[in-house]
Write a protein that binds this ligand. Structure first.
Ligand code: HEM
Length: 323
């Protein structure tokens, strides 16, 4: 028979294990594709079917949701903080520049309401964005991948100043982009693949005005001329990829080689020589290599955890903390 002294260390080890498991969950790691297998086995199906019907009605919701995921993960990790409305005590991350041009919130709300019916208080809003953005890419004809799940939602949004600082600017150069992504453990290859998301969707003239009027030589003149036209209309917008604006393909990289990148931060990925140019040339020639690297980088970006100690929960409504 085991003595009480030999049982002691065993209990201590068990308690320690449990403690470590709880803390790691609270910090957003330990994600796994089967996280909701028992608690919400239909989660993927629900997300996909709401996405499919919302995107069928309004195709531009697909790029919008994909951009939401990027903006969520870059500020305080993938914790759905971007979805929180402002309160009398804290301004909303969503109102800060450049988040003020984000859309697609209602799609996330629709998915969350559908999930609350079958699996109340179970699936985090952060996981909803991660799944919905994966489905957005697939609905646009791009790759699909398995999404690790188990994220939690933060109770607080980041302040406007750090939100602005934490997101890249359309005027950034290559060095600035590499540094900013590296701070989140995303290397130059991840950054180059993720930027390929700009093969879909549109941008506001304010974000590319300097580039198309600047005439710095690093732009195809006929592209500059045609794009300037879009700036004539109030709130004019241009597609990132003129030819296939709603198809998730590798046209983005062909555009860069043709000096038809829409933003300065797009065009800066090509033309400086070396490994960076090799990457762009490789993705432009090999759509499958791009699809593979994009999927890998989306999983890596989706793993960015909230800061240690951040209070987290599974929100019941994505736009507000539970109490
Ligand atoms: C590399 C640094 C990046 C910069 C500087 C940047 C900047 C921008 C800007 C300025 C817009 C136009 C917003 C507007 O005028 O409404 C935009 C749109 C977009 N961005 Fe990025 N972005 C970057 C990376 C990414 C990444 C990593 C993703 C996703 C993985 C992404 C996804 C999108 C999508 C899909 C749109 C189109 C949104 C729509 O049509 O509603 N971007 N981005």
């Amino acid at each position: 028979m085991a003595s009480s002294s030999s049982r002691g260390p065993c209990w201590v080890a068990l308690a320690l294990l449990l403690f470590v498991a709880l803390v790691s969950t609270a910090n957003g790691d330990e994600l796994s594709a089967g996280y909701y297998e028992k608690t919400c086995p239909n989660v993927q199906h629900v997300v996909r079917s709401v996405m499919a019907s919302r995107v069928a009605a309004q195709p531009r919701m697909a790029p919008a949701v994909l951009r939401l995921f990027f903006h969520d993960c870059f500020i305080n990790g993938c914790d759905a903080s971007v979805l929180l409305d402002a309160t009398p005590f804290s301004p909303g991350e969503k109102d800060a520049e450049p988040n003020d041009s984000l859309t697609g919130y209602s799609v996330i709300d629709d998915i969350k309401s559908a999930l609350e019916q079958g699996c109340p208080a179970t699936v985090s809003c952060a996981d909803v964005i991660a799944l919905a953005s994966r489905d957005a890419v697939a609905l646009l004809g791009g790759p699909t991948w398995s999404v690790p799940l188990g994220r939690k939602d933060s109770r607080f949004a980041a302040d406007p100043e750090s939100t602005k600082k934490g997101l890249p600017s359309p005027k950034d150069n290559l060095g600035e982009l590499v540094t900013m992504f590296a701070e989140l453990n995303l290397d130059a290859r991840d950054m180059t693949a993720l930027s390929g998301a700009h093969t879909v969707g549109m941008a506001n003239c304010e974000t590319y005005r300097d580039r198309v009027y600047g005439g710095n030589g690093d732009i195809d003149p006929s592209f500059a001329e045609a794009t300037r036209q879009t700036c004539q209309a109030p709130s004019g917008r241009a597609p990132f990829d003129v030819q296939t604006p709603m198809r998730f393909d590798n046209a983005y990289y062909r555009n860069l080689i043709a000096r038809r990148g829409l933003l300065t931060s797009d065009q800066t990925l090509y033309g400086g020589g070396g490994l960076q140019d090799n990457l762009v040339e490789m993705y432009s020639a090999d759509g499958e290599a791009f699809a593979r690297d994009f999927a890998k980088a989306m999983v890596k970006m989706g793993n960015i955890p909230p800061p240690k100690g951040m209070p987290v929960e599974v929100r019941l409504k994505c736009s507000m903390a539970n109490y």
